[in-house]
Design a protein around this ligand. Sequence first.
Ligand code: FAD
Length: 470
Amino acid sequence: MSKTVIVWFRRDFRLNDHTALEKAISYCEENDARWMGLFQLDPHFTENIDLHHDYFFQTVAQFQDTCKKENLPFQIVYGDAIDVFEKVTDTLDVKAVFFNEDKAGYGARRDQDVCDWLKNKEIEFHSYQDYYLHDKQDVRKQDDSMYKVFTPYYKQWRTLKKPQVIQIDLKKVKKYAIEISDSLDSNKKFKNVLKQCERDWKAIGEKSANQRAKRFTKERLKDYDHHRDVPSIVGTSKLSPYLKTGTLSVRTLFHMIAEYDHKGGETFIQELAWRDFYGMVHAEFPEFRDCEFQTKYRGIPWNDDQEKLNKWKRGETGFPIVDAGMRQLNQEGWMHNRLRMITASFLTKDYLIDWRLGERYFEEKLIDYDESSNTGGWQWASSTGTDAVPYFRIFNPTTQAERFDPDGTYIRKYVKELKDVPNKAIHQPSKMSEEEQQDSHCMIGQDYPHPTVNHKEQRQKVLSVYKERT
Ligand code: FAD
């Protein structure tokens, strides 16, 4: 039996620009070893398959197909992480494990358990920073503490040299691959999981990710700064699901963008820095997902109204822009950034419902779900996080809609019952006269709900709740 090196794939399903894979191949070359790809199918993620996991598992299946076509070994083994490594090391002569690290959240805790176990078994392990352009050690204040405000963080982040794209020699990857066998009897469970994944996702996987990134850079990047806030047009990259699953490397993306010297490119790069920023905050503050970063906002008496929560989830709040955002999320597993801000603000400030419940709902649905960015976004919107929107700046859903979707194009796309409502009433359909309601085939209270809250009143309530703690 030849010496085996495991490349443990987790959210990095690609064969290019992949740190752990490149390092594993070098190791094989130096130590006359052979490598095998592994995916641990975690029971934690197979219990409830909603859009987020549907997309994720289909991405894994796509990667498995690519490996098959390229004759590369990639095994999917079901079980808790330690059980999986026990099984793998019982079957193969494993000398080392290579992976791209998770610095925060569930992944970081799992990694720590596996590393402790491997250490005990005297098996080498090598982990690498790969998911971000810069991690928490790279961008620090002079006294080595973390930045709590994005702007100075970004100033420093921008001056730092960015890591280069990692060239991978596919010939070598093939040369040092272990002979393919299904000794781990791995596929049965994954096939069952895939049967529950019903969505027909377009353009999944590494090849599509790179094509889309190139197309975006060529066709839309220039206008990104003007168009990124308009939900009715495709003005953003929609690359987040690829970055999340790692079918697109953030290094590759950064260097593609950096070739262009214009405002659009610069604004886009700043968004990639927000991604790093929230990753850094989460790594510094591991409780981030469950606990407000700002201590003064811990213990807010949130409203426990399940009916309202369900209305928000279904997109039946009676505020067209909020409902359109939630329905886009439910249909597509993706939502425009402006809408994420509006819907999150609505849940926390208009319904005064706990941001954690919103965060968990986004987790189920978002195909780009990322613990750090999602928590960062929710704590931003609920004014509880680091560098969050100040509590007294409360989004008015109607004026937000008038500003960012003036003629209601976006609203009509997702809230079909409002499609014939005239422009002047699209943001407040309940103000239509009965005749206008009849003309636009939309009877308020029957076809579309009355507003479920009074924004002005809620605004006062929420202001006093936050003010008390400031
Ligand atoms: P683009 O505008 O094209 O931006 C390019 C990339 O930059 C994105 O793909 C993303 O990786 C990164 N990015 C952009 N904006 C942000 C941001 N504010 N914070 C962190 N990274 C950013 N992003 C996620 O990737 N996963 C999430 O789970 C997530 N949840 C969010 C929840 C809330 C409440 C809010 C307000 C924002 C959330 N975001 C999340 C950030 C942002 O909405 C998405 O990254 C963006 O909408 C993805 O679409 P895009 O790829 O077209 O973005």
